[in-house]
Design a protein around this ligand. Structure first.
Ligand code: ADP
Length: 402
């Protein structure tokens, strides 16, 4: 089955056309600056070289038209007819408590996603625009929504209800939702495949460390706790986000510094994390380079990052009563031997530890465990698009009764 995977952001549309059976990406690309006169269309149908065009793309409808035209183009296209697109998988950020799995998109589903806009005001609206535009361009094609939050719907009440008056949960739906679910799920399945055991027999801790970071405890295939919560500003310190800080600090900013909510949001969302501590950059590569060159605050930023990650590993091992596999993924997790080494130092008491030589890799699957350890530590490149394509294939096949 050929599945078109769409990820519609606030001013961009990322896409991949994937052959699910072979797991091959037939074509992929990105439209940036949707809504502008000088939108950028990046397109690649491997093994052809990448192309880049500047042209006006007025809205999501024009964006999807551009994508389907490129895919069917006689020269750079990879399919001869739009009918070869057998299903479309849409990434949707927030499914609230309504979706614990991917779902066939219907008018009713769109209504529920609209209702969840209040939970993800920046993400769900463009996701919906992408869905509506795709339905206009490909009206006959079944479409599936794959939610970032769905995988975490298995988290038990004790881990998702915050210890504040219960009415906040009951009346305002304030609870831990968790994000990056598609990535955590994908890398956990890959890890289980590698150790040749069913995921249902394993306790796995997955560290998705990108610009946004989250760590998840996956007990027998189900997410049982995760470090992102109601929003995306908690848990691990990230590129520019603070992660877990004492709410007394926010009160201090409000009372003593008379800061407005928007200013506080800017500070803890855009000016904190690696950038805030190091004063240099949110990009881990730059922070690492400066730390190696002797910059004290860059070193401190790395220390804090690794310290938090280690705390989550310890906490989640305790929550699950042990751990069999630790997985590193996303930009930092896949590419930073330094961060992996720092996080895995002194984990021998857990039965974990990494091999220095094996750890010297970037962006590829590798077992980096030291040979004597019981716990496997793996680097698993994430592939949210493939997971979306597979889920889409599963849901559409169920629909067709195959
Ligand atoms: P997003 O969360 O936006 O999807 P990614 O998962 O692509 O982001 O992660 C991006 C981050 O990965 C960059 O900001 C950078 O800090 C980090 N990164 C990428 N390559 C390296 C590298 N070689 N060494 C250390 N960090 C890296």
């Amino acid at each position: 089955m050929k599945v078109l995977v769409l990820n519609s952001g606030s001013s961009s549309i990322k896409f991949q056309l994937i052959n699910v059976e072979t797991e091959l990406v037939l074509a992929k690309g990105l439209i940036e600056r949707v809504g502008f006169e000088d939108s950028i269309f990046n397109y690649q149908a491997p093994p052809q070289p990448k192309s880049k065009q500047i042209l006006p793309v007025k809205d999501y409808r024009e964006g999807i038209d551009l994508i389907t035209n490129a895919l069917t183009d006689s020269e750079r296209g990879v399919i001869s007819d739009m009918a070869e697109i057998q299903a479309v998988g849409h990434r949707i950020v927030h499914g609230g408590e309504d979706f614990s799995d991917s779902v066939l998109i219907t008018d009713e589903v769109i209504g529920v996603v609209e209702r969840n806009i209040e939970l993800a005001p920046l993400h769900n609206p463009p996701n919906l625009l992408g869905i509506k535009a795709a339905r206009e361009v490909l009206p006959e094609v079944p479409m599936v929504g794959v939610f970032d939050t769905a995988f975490h719907q298995s988290i038990p009440e004790k881990a998702y209800v915050y210890p504040i008056p219960y009415s906040y949960y009951e009346e305002k739906r304030i609870r831990r939702f968790g994000f990056h679910g598609t990535s955590h799920h994908y890398v956990a399945l890959k890890a289980a495949e590698y150790v040749k055991k069913p995921v249902e027999d394993l306790k796995i801790i997955t560290l998705h460390l990108g610009n946004g970071c989250s760590i998840t405890a996956i007990d027998r295939g189900k997410s049982v706790d995760t470090s992102l919560g109601y929003g995306t500003m908690c848990g691990m310190p990230m590129g520019t986000r603070a992660g877990d800080i004492d709410p007394a600090i926010v009160l201090y900013m409000m009372e003593k510094e008379r800061m407005e909510p928007k200013e506080i949001q800017q500070l803890i969302y855009k000016e904190s994390g690696m950038l805030g501590i190091s004063g240099i950059s949110s990009d881990m590569r730059e922070v690492e380079d400066k730390a190696i060159a002797g910059h004290a605050k860059a070193s401190l930023a790395l220390d804090i990052y690794a310290h938090y990650a280690k705390k989550f590993i310890g906490a989640y091992a305790a929550v699950m009563g042990g751990v069999d596999i630790i997985v590193f993924t996303a930009g930092v997790g896949e590419n930073s031997p330094i961060i992996r080494r720092m996080i895995c130092e002194n984990l021998e008491f857990l039965g974990a530890g990494i091999d220095a030589a094996a750890n010297e890799i970037r962006g590829e699957f590798r077992d980096i465990s030291s040979p004597e350890t019981r716990v496997k530590t793996l680097v698993v490149p994430t592939n949210e698009e493939l997971m979306i394509a597979k889920d889409t294939h599963r849901i559409v096949s169920e629909l067709n009764g195959k």
